[in-house]
Design a protein around this ligand. Structure first.
Ligand code: PLP
Length: 394
């Protein structure tokens, strides 16, 4: 299978792992090599409830037995997507109340940018240095990493980038700004958490200028930081909230949420302001609804802080420089990309899956399922410490 993977499935790097997966259950992925691997990555923050959670699998099965796709987004009233949107409205503060369901995080970012431009009638977009928002042309245009963009120009015009957590840059937000797009916790940059005071000033500046604040919660959303959405830690509410990844519990999904007034602007002049065939698909919505219900009804979010503290208390080693992040999105600085890669390889040999951050490869990524147990945290951290002991610094 690996040979065909490299031959027939388009590759994105010259060095994909090509790990052959047999099945995945709970916190473990089982390889075709007959071994099981503890998963500290969770499909890059996607498997909120671990692998093949029975509530998600049953929700998909039940929906599949009723019907699959019946119509493009927005025409028919279907139980699962409607229920998902209603529950999201109940679980988020006002004025967030209406959700547009799409197929991926990047599409949700694109939709949110269109919505902000349409609602404000303005053209300028402000994003942040070192941000990552996805890989469609729109999402790439607002991502702040030159290496990934330079061969794809021209991209969206009128986009500028300001410093993350830098108050002095807030004055660059003006009456011409349609929206300011920010990851509540900057992911690819190494799980950087902004200051509460900064977030409140940013919100205030957006209010003063009439620019919409869009928060990208595609990674921290759905409980990963101990709140349903990370903005709740900062005492602010975005005008547009973008989600994805963990929202699906393992199926492809994205969404953007806003007030009724803002969202209504996609319905006229032009009507069909955003169109998608599969957005709101009932099978996907059933999985996402089951995920949301479990996150809200279980004690998983309450346990996040305890689990973070356990990680931080165990991951003490002379080769660990610092640990960024919040909750169950932690980035462990091992000093160099080459060293981090070798440690990740050694962890894999020992039965633990870890990864690295997209722009900051010296940071080892820990973004496990929220369902990870205390014993599994201990098991995985022991492997990391052994790998750090064994792999010489170079
Ligand atoms: N925004 C953030 C913060 C992300 O981490 C990602 C994916 O890694 C995206 C947007 C894009 O989401 P997707 O890969 O589903 O298009």
């Amino acid at each position: 299978m690996q040979t065909d993977f490299f031959k027939f499935q388009a590759q994105t790097t010259p060095y994909a792992a090509g790990f052959e997966v047999e099945k995945a259950v709970g916190s473990y992925i089982y390889g075709k090599d007959g071994r099981r691997y503890l998963d500290f990555v969770a499909g890059v923050s996607a498997n909120t409830l671990g692998h093949s959670h029975p509530k998600i699998v049953n929700a998909i099965k039940e929906q599949a037995e009723k019907y699959l796709h019946v119509m493009v987004y927005g025409e028919y009233a279907q139980e699962k997507p409607v229920e998902l949107c209603r529950l999201l409205a109940e679980a988020t503060p006002d004025p967030l109340s209406v959700t547009y369901l799409v197929n991926s995080g990047a599409e949700a970012i694109d939709g949110s940018l269109k919505l902000a431009k349409r609602y404000t009638g303005r053209e300028e977009i402000i994003s942040f240095k070192n941000s990552y928002h996805g890989n469609t042309h729109g999402a790439l245009s607002v991502s702040g990493n030159e290496y990934h963009k330079r061969e794809y120009r021209p991209l969206l015009p009128m986009v500028s980038f300001i410093g993350f957590n830098e108050e002095k840059d807030l004055e660059k937000i003006t009456e011409r700004t349609a929206c300011v797009l920010l990851e509540t916790i900057q992911g690819a940059a190494g799980f950087l958490v902004p200051d509460k005071e900064y977030m409140q000033k940013l919100k205030r500046r957006c209010e003063e200028t009439g620019a919409l604040l869009i928060l990208d919660e595609i990674q921290p959303g759905f409980g990963r930081t101990g709140k349903l959405f990370a903005f709740e830690h900062f005492g602010i509410v975005p005008d547009i909230l973008v989600m994805g990844k963990g929202m699906g519990g393992g199926v492809p999904v994205g969404a953007f949420m806003a007030s009724e007034e803002i969202m209504k602007s996609l319905t006229h002049s032009p009507k069909l302001g955003h169109i998608t065939t599969f957005g709101g698909n009932p099978l996907i919505a059933a999985a996402s609804l089951a995920t949301l219900q479990e996150v809200l009804e279980s004690n998983l979010m309450e346990k996040v802080a305890e689990k973070e503290a356990l990680f931080r208390s165990l991951l003490i080693h002379p080769k660990i420089k610092n640990i960024n992040g919040k909750g169950l999105m932690l980035a462990v600085n091992l000093g160099s990309p080459e060293y981090t890669l070798e440690v990740a390889k050694r962890c894999m040999e020992k039965g633990l899956i870890v990864f690295w951050q997209l722009y900051r490869n010296e940071y080892m990524r820990i973004s496990p399922p929220l369902t990870l147990s205390k014993a599994e945290i201990e098991e995985g951290c022991k492997i990391i410490l052994e790998a750090l002991d064994e792999v010489e610094y170079f």
